[in-house]
Design a protein around this ligand. Structure first.
Ligand code: F6R
Length: 348
């Protein structure tokens, strides 16, 4: 059942501290300072294939691998076969919650035909993807009933982070960041002002999400979730791309959610982009860990606890999950079964 929540989606958003602990359990040893998985791979490079929310998790995976010095690319599964890249030495990783998505299975088959080794990253034990791939990394999020993927996104990102650390070795800092993540997610859930923000901006013309680095895929994911369940127009952009076109859409009736974490170069540049939208009169909601001064340029702030920059992406995403949920709830939408969508898409 829904354990007292109005919707499975809200229940599943709130399950994330537990689903993340499950993903980490027995894979991270704080004593040994190491990460070990039941997966035996040693790739020269990685190609991800995935759809929708899982594609956004794969884009996060690209960042995590590249930051660790392992070349990585992500492909929309439905586009992979249109110009498949050479696979020599690359591991092709299918990221799919259900393990049944036709586009993803078909991209993996194409990769196999080209001689690639394949790895499934999935939530469902015994799913088609786990039967067809050479190896499987389970994300262990538990069943997800809501059509909108929530807890499985965070567990996919953590599973990919674990994969990187199992290949490159984990520092004390890496281990601490993972250990602190479930508690930090709990803090966001307990203290979020997302409902108030959803109410403040109900009836806007469109909702935009911007971020850099790891926060770019989170911007895409924030917008996807928003449009899926609220049916309102929402788009995610790389913050730096705004001035190359999308800025033309920005008005006083299009709130911009700016994801700004850390206090480095990326934060500084995104704050520059925040000033650009502000100058056009757009309301700004900063999702931030408070390390920069973005709050000075924002109409509202959604706080996340200060943490490692990699886990900050997951925390920011939890805030956006809650904003989408509350926006859709205010509009009385069919949140667990949005129109025109299915939980698993078994046709290409
Ligand atoms: C978004 C959503 C879809 C799925 C996509 C892939 O909330 O649920 O975009 O992420 O259909 O599904 P899986 O991960 O099962 O391959």
């Amino acid at each position: 059942g829904k354990s007292g929540y109005d919707h499975f989606m809200l229940k599943e958003i709130h399950e994330q501290p537990r689903s993340l602990r499950q993903c980490l359990r027995e894979r991270v040893s704080e004593l040994a300072g190491s990460v070990s998985l039941d997966v035996d791979v040693d790739p020269d490079g990685v190609q991800f294939v995935a759809c929708g929310t899982s594609y956004h998790a794969a884009l996060c995976g690209v960042h995590l691998f590249q930051q660790a010095g392992i070349p990585a690319q992500a492909f929309l599964a439905s586009e992979y076969a249109t110009s498949p890249p050479p696979v020599d030495g690359d591991l092709v990783v299918g990221v799919t919650q259900s393990g049944e998505t036709a586009d993803t299975l078909s991209a993996l088959r194409e990769a196999k035909r080209r001689g690639a080794e394949t790895l499934a990253v999935t939530n469902v034990v015994g799913s088609s993807v786990s039967r067809e791939c050479d190896q499987t990394l389970y994300i262990r999020a538990g069943p997800e009933i809501g059509v909108a993927a929530t807890k499985t996104f965070s567990s996919q990102v953590v599973a990919l982070a674990l994969l990187v650390l199992s290949l490159t070795g984990a520092s004390r800092h890496d281990i601490a960041a993972l250990r602190d993540l479930p508690g930090n997610v709990q803090q966001v859930l307990d203290e979020s002002d997302a409902e108030e923000i959803a109410r403040a901006y109900e009836g806007s013309d469109a909702y935009f999400f911007i971020g850099r680095g790891l926060q770019f895929p989170v911007s895409l994911e924030g917008a996807l979730k928003f449009k899926e369940i609220s049916y309102e127009h929402a788009e995610g952009f790389a913050a730096g791309e705004l001035k190359h076109g999308p800025l033309a859409l920005v008005t006083e009736n299009t709130p911009v959610f700016a994801l700004v974490t850390g206090d480095g170069e990326q934060a500084r540049k995104t704050i520059g982009n925040v000033k650009e939208v502000e100058a056009r009169g757009a309301p700004v909601v900063a999702v931030t860990d408070g390390k920069s001064d973005v709050h000075r340029y924002a109409d509202h702030v959604l706080d996340i606890p200060a943490s490692d920059q990699r886990t900050a992406a997951i925390l920011a995403n939890v805030q956006l999950q809650l904003v989408s949920y509350h926006a859709a709830a205010l509009l009385g939408r069919s949140i667990d079964k949005p129109r025109n969508l299915a939980k698993s898409v078994t046709v290409e």
